[in-house]
Every structure is written in C-alpha cells, then in structure tokens.
Write a protein that binds this ligand. Structure first.
Ligand SMILES: [Zn+2]
Length: 176
C-alpha cells in the first residue's frame, strides 16, 4: 500500500488524532489493521482502548503511536472499515481529522465509550455493533469488520431467497 498522506496531530478534547496531510479521494486506504491477533486476556487493560477487534475475544494491538493507535471515533465519520483496514468514505480535505465509527469494529457487549465527537448525530455513548440502531446498520452495510459481517449477514439490497444462516443454531456470541 502506498503510504496515505496522514499525520498525527492535536484533536482537542479527544487528545491526539489522525489528520489528512493532503486532499484525498473517496476510497483511499488510510490505515491497516494487520497484525497478530491476541486473546483479550493477554492484553493489559490500559491498552484496550487502542486495540482493534478482529474476532470474538481476539484483538490486534496496533503499533504504539501509529496511525491506528490514534484513529478517533466519530458518530458521523469520514472513513469506514474496509476489510482489514480503514478507507475514506468521501473526499477529504487537507487538515480534516479522519475518523471512523468504533461500533463498526467492536462487538464486545461490555464496550461503552462516552463520545465527545461533537457531531449532530452523536450517540452519546458508543457501544458494540449489536446495539447500533437498525438504520445505521443498514447505512454501514458491509463496511464493518469482517468478523461482524460473518456473525450478522447483511440484509440490505436484494432480498435473500433462502434463510440468512444455515439451518441450526449459530454459535452464540460469548459473554464477557
Ligand atoms: Zn459521537
């Protein structure tokens, strides 16, 4: 991947954040989540806010001080999850802070983060994907973490002709 033109800067009350160093077109990949997944209980709790969930109880620890480490949440983000990374969802101007919706990458039911994104549609508290309002799930569609896609087959677009999941019970999500 060509290095996206981003820099880490002061994001006010949120601390540090990731900003566009140059104008970027829609669908520019700006961050990658690649890394060795670890079990949540292997990770010190102080690091949890910086981790990226990649499966049930499995998380990647981003490089400390790197782009993913400082990528902030917004309830009205200009970036979305795309596979194992983040891409811009619209054209972005130089100097804009890049954000994505943490609820599209976390499905641990105990997750609750007070939000200070300041957007008009701020949800106040950011929680797991499963608690997102249905209209937001529809809007994000498949632009969520791959493990979430697997667990919640998306229903937007053409109606499926068969059942969304194979007959029988799907694995129940683990509780903390
Ligand atoms: Zn918010």
């Amino acid at each position: 991947m060509r290095r996206a033109p981003v820099f880490i800067g002061d994001a006010g009350p949120k601390g540090k954040g990731v900003f566009a160093a140059a104008p970027m077109r829609r669908s520019t990949r700006v961050a990658s989540f690649r890394g060795r997944p670890r079990w949540i209980w292997e990770i010190p709790e102080a690091i949890w806010p910086y981790t990226v969930q990649v499966d049930y109880d499995r998380y990647v620890i981003p490089r400390k001080g790197g782009v993913v480490w400082f990528f902030n949440h917004s309830c009205e983000p200009n970036c979305v999850i795309s596979g194992d990374g983040i891409k811009t969802e619209r054209n972005v101007e130089r100097g804009e802070e890049l954000t994505f919706d943490y609820s599209t990458d976390v499905d641990w039911p105990g997750f609750a983060m007070k939000c200070s994104c300041g957007s008009r549609s701020c949800r106040g508290v950011v929680r797991a994907y499963r608690f997102l309002p249905p209209e937001l799930k529809l809007r994000y569609g498949n632009r969520v973490a791959p493990f979430i896609l697997k667990e919640y087959p998306q229903k937007q677009g053409a109606a499926r002709s068969g059942p969304a999941a194979p007959a029988g019970r799907r694995a129940a999500p683990r509780s903390p």
